[in-house]
Design a protein around this ligand. Sequence first.
Ligand code: ZN
Length: 330
Amino acid sequence: MPTLPFAPPPASSFAPRANAARARGPAAVSRRAALAAAGAWLALPGTTWAARAAAAAPSAAPGVWPQALQVPGGVARLSLGPAAMRPVVQVRQGDADVPVLVTGDAIEWTAVVGIALAAVPGDAQVTVQPAAAGGAGGAGGAARTVPFSIAPKRYAEQQLKVSPRTVDLSPEDQARYERERDHQAVVMATLSEQPAGVALPSLQMRVPVPGRRSSSFGLRRVFNGQPRNPHSGMDIAAATGTPVVAPLPARVIDVGDYFFNGGTVWLDHGQGLLSMYCHLSRMDVQVGDVLQTGDAFCKVGATGRVTGPHLHWGVMLNRTMVDPALFVPA
Ligand SMILES: [Zn+2]
């Protein structure tokens, strides 16, 4: 596992606030009791989410998941402060406002924002609105913005010379690819609350298959001088037939056999946190199936456009592929 170039904790990191919440002691607890109806997404009674995450992973710094890395392809964790109800957060992507995952409880909410590989380094922001009165899940009240910064990161580039036939698709293959791309865009826009019927225990993920993990997330590939989409996931070396397990509770939202990705399953973990598994030899689930952490649901293979068996694992936040390494222990 390569060492990731973690950025220093941003000023907006919620750790100091979590400490402040703990320091408030009984007052914070009684306030929590008064706000018990808040319907926290990741809350247990009597402690903050950050404190529980730290207790669950005492050796992991900074002890909360995913780890923040404010670069293209990374994740920003933005402190939103206290509120009785989970606020509604959105980030502008192109001409769309995309919902952002928010964790925590009435004492402290945190937005977990996926940063696109194509994001321009510099100033960025999310918009935050109080939850609508009545608990319908919508936004109410005046919006405010929470700024954050995106540091530059230069990902490696790989120049490949290959037979033109393997780069230029036939008209039939091109049409198939475009159909599948459109279908995948619909899958990637999935947004649900608790798709597995349970609140997530934390956002720390179990590694879906044992094996050597590549550090090739973000790698820019150039075939015969033509730039292709950067590598948007983690490759894990494993033999065909190795079982793949769910990294978090999930609902299966797509099962298919695609031109580039081969046998593919998409999982929905809630609030726009999705994960994808590609090049599978077997898919033992159907759309709608519910999985708990550790449930085996498919097998490693070499289907689609690959040179050998491995699992391609992708993690998506707010319709943006982010580095899976930020979600798992090193
Ligand atoms: Zn891959």
